[in-house]
Design a protein around this ligand. Structure first.
Ligand SMILES: Cc1cc2nc3c(=O)[nH]c(=O)nc-3n(C[C@H](O)[C@H](O)[C@H](O)COP(=O)(O)OP(=O)(O)OC[C@H]3O[C@@H](n4cnc5c(N)ncnc54)[C@H](O)[C@@H]3O)c2cc1C
Length: 364
């Protein structure tokens, strides 16, 4: 109605206040698990939310996560300076208080299949495995030392304490000059993380203009304020290295913009004879992600859409396999935390309804 309000900051204040004053204590003891067993696969915001709601409804929930720590992108993707890990720990701790059993280091589809979950007595399964498979540039030199996908880079830093190398096992190579390819939120997070790891010059390289940059304006402005440089209308064509296989340069071509493509964004067109070499120690590729494939490959009868994401009935969130539900990025493609949480809530209600109907059905 009136002036815009800083809704994100207001939400943050409420959540911080609630945590500090224990205003959102879980309302269910482990002994309240009186209904059947439900398995939740993936501990990102979709899985965490589905697990919490199902536990509150009285189900005995087991949450399976392939990595060694729960939280999904909240844990391994979004950097500490934007989402402190203490908040993720607190939310995960609340799940444990609700009686949810969390099993990490379990890759569903390989270690245990969906069929085996049903055989073990789970009556329904929720899949929230996310869209964490990084896309690459498909240009020569991508295997050189010093080239990371944003996913690997952020995971090494967030989850594997690479920033503390050599005190911790995982190394991270940063050097002085870092180029980040792509201009979405993940690219901004990677660039700002590289600065915090000590890079002297961090450059975002993007093949379209500022107008087409997919990152939120706030993320772009934050990156600019911190000193990240932007090289727009520039596209990498090859990466070059020394005799030891270490990255030394990224050769780029200048671009102009043509007519809008099917996506609505103007199509980048290479300008002939415009190649130039950027001297770099590290390149981080942040050009998007696809569906995590392992569970999908190991599960017969699970229908996928043209883009390789799980197809669900939009009303019930049920997949083509009866009793198997899905939500979050693995259904929509890379989206937002709140959308994934919404999907988790919707699926929990649908699972409850499905199991109640199954229970009441004379055929079952
Ligand atoms: C760097 C980065 C920054 C972002 N910043 C924001 C932001 O500021 N705001 C915002 O709203 N959104 C942001 N997003 C997007 C948001 O994080 C995602 O949309 C959201 O996390 C999707 O939630 P999800 O539960 O569907 O999947 P995910 O968070 O991807 O979680 C999926 C989980 O499933 C696990 N898994 C995968 N396969 C298996 C298997 N076979 N067995 C067991 N476990 C498995 C994965 O290890 C992972 O832990 C960001 C994304 C990234 C990558």
């Amino acid at each position: 109605m009136g002036e815009p309000v800083a809704i994100g900051a207001l939400e943050r204040y409420c959540a911080d206040w609630g945590r500090a004053n224990q205003a959102v204590e879980p309302a269910c003891e482990p002994s309240c698990a009186v209904k059947g067993k439900v398995a939740v696969v993936g501990s990102g915001p979709a899985g965490l939310t589905a697990a919490a709601d199902l536990a509150l409804m009285g189900y005995k929930v087991t949450l399976f996560e392939s990595l060694h720590a729960p939280g999904g992108v909240l844990r391994y993707g979004i950097p500490e300076f934007r989402l402190p890990k203490g908040i993720v720990d607190y939310e995960v701790g609340n799940l444990t208080k609700l009686g949810v059993e969390i099993k990490t280091n379990v890759l569903i589809g390989k270690t245990i299949t969906i069929d085996e979950l049903f055989a073990a007595g789970y009556e329904a399964v929720f899949i929230g495995t996310g869209a964490g498979l990084p896309y690459f540039l498909q240009i020569p030199g991508e295997n050189l030392n010093g080239v990371y996908s944003a996913n690997e880079f952020l995971t090494r830093v967030n989850l594997m304490k690479a920033y503390l190398f050599p005190e911790h096992d995982t190394p991270i190579r940063i050097g002085k000059r870092v180029a980040v390819v792509g201009a979405g939120n993940v690219a901004m997070d990677s660039a700002r993380t590289a600065l915090r790891l000590g890079a002297e010059k961090v450059t975002i390289v993007y093949r379209r203009s500022r107008e087409e940059m997919p990152a939120r304006l706030e993320e772009i402005e934050n990156a600019e304020e911190e000193g990240v440089e932007f090289r727009l209308l520039t596209n990498p064509v090859r990466l070059e290295g020394d005799e030891n296989g270490n990255l030394t340069a990224m050769v780029c071509q200048k671009m102009s913009l043509g007519e809008p493509a099917a996506s609505g964004r103007r199509r980048p067109i290479p300008i002939p004879d415009s190649e130039e070499a950027l001297l770099v120690d590290t390149v981080i590729v942040a050009v998007g992600q696809g569906p995590n494939p392992i569970l999908l490959q190991g599960t017969a009868g699970l229908n996928l859409n043209k883009r390789g994401y799980i197809e669900v009935d939009p009303e019930t969130m049920m997949t083509s396999i009866p009793g198997v539900f899905a939500g979050g990025d693995i259904v929509t493609g890379a989206a937002t935390v709140i959308a994934a949480m919404g999907a988790g809530k919707k699926a929990a209600r649908a699972i409850d309804q499905y199991l109640a109907e199954k229970e009441g059905s004379p055929q079952e």
